[in-house]
Design a protein around this ligand. Structure first.
Ligand code: SAM
Length: 275
């Protein structure tokens, strides 16, 4: 495990390295980001990321997305596990609605910040990046999720981490992950044409209303010198990966609403409809 210090290395990872080596690189990168004055930007690079009110609003929206379709009756007794929790951005919205919340993150400084916030019913662990810490394995989880995390991870890390997490899913639980999609491959988007229209309209309207703030985010991205390691999946590749992870134990469901991301939900076979 790393230390909670603000030092880190800054180099491009070589090809052909294993999950362990990639994780070491990821940890160094994310620890640097956690220590940077722009850590809020790295956690959620949305329009208005410098503003506390905008951050809270975005966290509420992102929390709602994670919980889509899950009724309060399910959530109120649910033990929840977040993979890549950062400093606990989603915890204020999430923890009060569930029985228990466990978060793990690769960056020790984010874990320390999350713990320092002293959220009731929440606990946080540092991970090596490709496995679940033993302390977090003391229970199974009814909801395991990962938001804006695997999109930053190399394939070897995703291959190591997802099956590890699936082992901790309760018999009636569900796991939701977000993968980075290859934007050149638009398959899997059921209504690609209307979505493209919609994306164009939303881009136009957003640009008109948030021109200055959008420019700020873009400028931040342009000056970001961090090493990007995220693997972009074609839809067929994501489907194959999800199927291999699911094996004969889990049912899996892919959802692609836009060119950027592919969401995958796993449930234990036969429990997918029990919401
Ligand atoms: C963009 S932030 C999102 C944080 C949080 N999910 C949220 O939505 O507020 C990505 C987070 O994932 C963490 N992370 C990246 N790779 C990870 C890995 N392999 N295992 C655990 N955490 C990881 C980073 O340290 C960072 O906190």
């Amino acid at each position: 495990m790393g230390t909670d210090s603000c030092e880190g290395e800054h180099s491009s990872p070589p090809d052909g390295v294993d999950a362990h080596e990639w994780s070491r690189r990821l940890k160094a990168e994310w620890q640097q980001r956690a220590c940077s004055s722009r850590s809020n930007f790295y956690i959620a690079s949305h329009v208005g990321w410098q503003d506390e009110t905008a951050r809270q609003r975005q966290a509420e929206l992102d929390c709602a997305l994670v919980l889509t379709g899950l009724p309060d009756a399910f959530l109120s007794t649910a033990d929840v596990f977040e993979v890549g929790c950062g400093y606990g951005r989603l915890v204020p919205c999430l923890a009060p609605r569930v029985q228990s919340y466990t978060g793990m993150d690769i960056a020790p400084t984010f874990v320390a910040q999350a713990r320092a916030a002293r959220f009731p019913t929440a606990r946080f662990f540092e991970t090596d990046g490709s496995s679940v810490p033993e302390a977090a394995k003391d229970r199974t989880y009814d909801l395991i999720f990962s938001a804006a995390v695997l999109i930053h991870c190399p394939l070897a890390v995703i291959h190591a981490l997802v099956p590890e997490c699936l082992k901790l899913l309760s018999p009636t639980g569900r796991m939701r992950i977000q993968l980075l999609a290859d934007p050149h491959d638009l398959s899997g988007i059921i209504t690609a044409e209307s979505l493209e229209d919609m994306a164009e309209r939303v881009t136009r309207e957003t640009a008109a209303t948030n021109n200055d703030q959008s420019a700020t985010v873009e400028a931040e991205l342009a000056t970001d010198t961090h090493c990007y390691m995220g693997h972009a999946f074609t839809y067929a590749e994501a489907a194959g990966f999800a199927k291999a992870c699911a094996g004969s134990v889990f049912t899996h469901f892919l959802l692609r609403m836009d060119p950027l991301f592919i969401y995958v939900e796993f449930t234990v076979d036969g429990h997918g409809q029990q919401r």
